[in-house]
Design a binder for this molecule. Structure first.
Ligand code: F6P
Length: 348
């Protein structure tokens, strides 16, 4: 009788949310968590709407294998997202949102909340863990700037999109003998610009982690124009420093090139296209691995962790270690050195 009672333990009940800017692969991760939790571990799963807002306002849907099916290839997030930060204090009063979250978590009889998101989300996840909730984090972002993991999903898809855009600029740049400046996202990190710039054969690659000199860059472009090719591709990260009078990084770089070299320059700001659409196969795999790992951690009552990939292995790292840190491109990163060896102007 005792043995029978032990085997009939109450199934675990977990919530999933996606927060912060969206990216390709979130649905693959939701599916990875949900399907593994339901079919492999026998858990119950709910999905909160619009990031931490859903957790504050108790807005959620029950997730079954049926509604987790057919979402692997979908861009965006079926749960919606928001940039709600429940611990952010308003000017005059303490936020009561953490208390609301605790109450909803208890009333819904949850055993864990899985927080899918970037840096900000993992920071909030760590704070929720500190106030006593069981939390597992899953890192996502096209910026690849989450500390503790070699890669986030969303990044590979964005590199594919940005590389295709750069590929397309080559032919029109060649026809018109122009300098094409393309600005890519990435927030304060240069991963997306470095990878796409290298994959797309950029001639100049400017990332926030490396200082650059516009005079040097323009001299390089002039030499290319006179001695090598009459066109060049300049790949610029949105996060590079630029003077206040310019609206964007690419505005500044275009102006600098045209005024100093008298060559014709055109800019393309790729924008949200980088975050939209179906995830690449690599991102589908990474998101699925992350989702399955999150469910495994929950089944082992191993909370307060973020799933991660290191050296090809799916691991977990304490949320406390991740929180508040950024994964920027190391200035001695091997691909930077390769760029220099290929005579790409990348600053230093
Ligand atoms: O973090 C992802 C990202 O797309 C960054 O690359 C970009 O700077 C930012 O989000 C844009 O954020 P928002 O969705 O608030 O415009």
């Amino acid at each position: 009788m005792r043995a029978k009672l032990l085997t009939m333990a109450k199934p675990k009940r977990i919530g999933i949310l996606s927060a912060g800017g969206d990216c390709p692969g979130i649905n693959a991760a939701i599916r990875g968590v949900g399907k593994t939790a339901i079919s492999h571990y026998g858990m119950e799963v709910i999905g909160f709407s619009s990031g931490f807002s859903g957790l504050i306002n108790n807005e959620y849907v029950e997730l079954s294998e049926v509604n987790l099916s057919g979402i692997l290839t979908l861009g965006g997030t079926i749960l919606g997202t928001s940039r709600e930060k429940p611990f952010k204090k308003s000017k005059d009063q303490e936020s009561d949102k953490p208390e609301l979250i605790k109450k909803n978590y208890k009333d819904l009889k949850l055993d864990c909340v899985v927080c899918i998101g970037g840096n900000g989300t993992q920071k909030t996840a760590s704070m929720l863990s500190d106030i006593g909730l069981n939390i597992v984090g899953i890192p996502k972002t096209i910026d690849n700037d989450v500390w503790g993991t070699d890669f986030t999903f969303g990044f590979d898809s964005a590199v594919n999109i940005a590389t295709e855009a750069i590929d397309r600029l080559h032919s029109t740049a060649n026809s018109h003998q122009r300098i094409m400046v393309i600005e890519l996202m990435g927030h304060t990190a240069g991963w997306l610009t470095l990878f796409s710039g290298m994959a797309g054969g950029g001639d100049v690659i400017l990332i926030p982690e490396l200082s650059f000199d516009t005079k040097e860059m323009n001299r390089y472009l002039m030499t290319r124009f006179t001695k090598k090719k009459p066109y060049s591709i300049v790949v610029v990260a949105e996060g590079i420093p630029f003077p206040k009078e310019f609206r964007s990084a690419s505005d500044f770089i275009c102006y600098s090139i045209e005024s100093e070299t008298k060559l014709e320059a055109r800019k393309t700001v790729l924008g949200y296209v980088q975050r939209g659409g179906s995830p690449s196969p690599m991102d589908r795999i990474l998101a699925t691995r992350f989702g399955a790992k999150a469910s495994q951690l929950i089944s082992e009552d191993d909370y307060g962790k973020m799933v991660a990939t290191k050296g090809g292995n799916t691991i977990s790292v304490p949320l406390k270690e991740v929180s508040g840190k950024l994964n920027l491109v190391p200035t001695n990163y091997s691909l930077i050195q390769k760029a220099r060896e290929l005579d790409i102007y990348i600053g230093g």
